[in-house]
Write a protein that binds this ligand. Structure first.
Ligand code: HEC
Length: 238
């Protein structure tokens, strides 16, 4: 299972746990007529909060692993995701510390809890939601690369290797098909289909991947045409 699928499933479960934690607390504090006793509501809130916290920690670990492996080549979405997730984590830890040890600040706990839930909604919907929807609504899009196709021009493989090492190697192995952050690219153009999108394995579709990536890969729009040609010359040798 790819890292993104795992993270998305965990995020879905933790989001639901967060929703229940929020609802139990709202019934406890906001309802005048309650069906359940305050004690059991509080216990439920704790259980859901506990599940939420553990899963957040697991996902933070997976996210940090992705970040460290990807180095500087992160999509804008990944950067926002990470920053908001860190803010969420800090507020969550602060809230737990206040509830456990600093009861004189207890009045801030509800607003902190709601903030944590709101942040988890934003992080979840812009990343896991985006990833899952992109997967479900995937169009069998083919290349729409309209600039003069660099396939016919001669590229320099050596320069292609160094571009690959700088820009791609943090997420892709070139010498095996095994996945790193993204799929391994060995035999890339010798296969029938590209590994993630299943588009046919052509230079045009790799260029499309750089310009308008399928799902979560960051886009690379600042390559010069000669650099693209060199990179593709290298891709052909894999
Ligand atoms: C930050 C990590 C990251 C970097 C950097 C990165 N990729 Fe990717 N790449 C991915 C991921 C993740 C996927 C799989 C996308 C998915 O399934 O959501 C992918 C998929 C691909 C695919 C398969 C596309 C398909 O249609 O199946 C190709 C080809 C590819 N990358 C080439 C490159 C090249 C060339 C570079 C360097 C210019 C690069 N990648 C840089 C993460 C990265």
């Amino acid at each position: 299972m790819s890292l993104f699928v795992t993270k998305s499933i965990i995020a879905g479960i933790l989001f639901i746990a967060g929703l229940f934690a929020l609802l139990t607390m709202l019934s406890l504090m906001g309802k005048t007529e309650r069906k359940a006793s305050p004690k059991s509501l509080r216990r439920l809130h704790k259980i859901f909060g506990f599940i939420f916290t553990i899963l957040i920690l697991v996902n933070s670990y997976l996210g940090m692993k992705y970040w460290t492996a990807a180095g500087d080549q992160l999509s804008t979405r990944a950067v926002f995701h990470g920053i908001l997730a860190l803010a969420l984590l800090i507020i969550l830890i602060l809230k737990i510390v206040i509830v456990q040890f600093y009861n004189q600040f207890l009045r801030f706990a509800p607003v902190m809890g709601i903030t944590v839930f709101a942040l988890s909604f934003v992080v979840f919907s812009t990343s896991a939601g985006y990833f899952l929807l992109r997967t479900i609504c995937a169009q069998p899009e083919t290349s729409e690369f309209s600039t003069p196709s660099p396939t016919s021009l001669k590229g320099n493989v050596e320069r292609g290797v160094s571009l690959f090492n700088n820009k791609c190697a943090s997420c892709h192995y070139a010498d095996k098909e095994e996945a790193r952050n993204g799929p391994g690219l060995k035999n890339l153009l010798k296969r029938e289909n590209l590994p993630s999108s299943n588009r046919s394995a052509t230079v045009e579709n790799i260029l499309l991947q750089l310009k308008k990536p399928w799902r979560v890969m960051p886009s690379f729009t600042s390559f010069l045409e000669q650099e693209l040609i060199d990179l593709m010359a290298y891709m052909k040798t894999l």
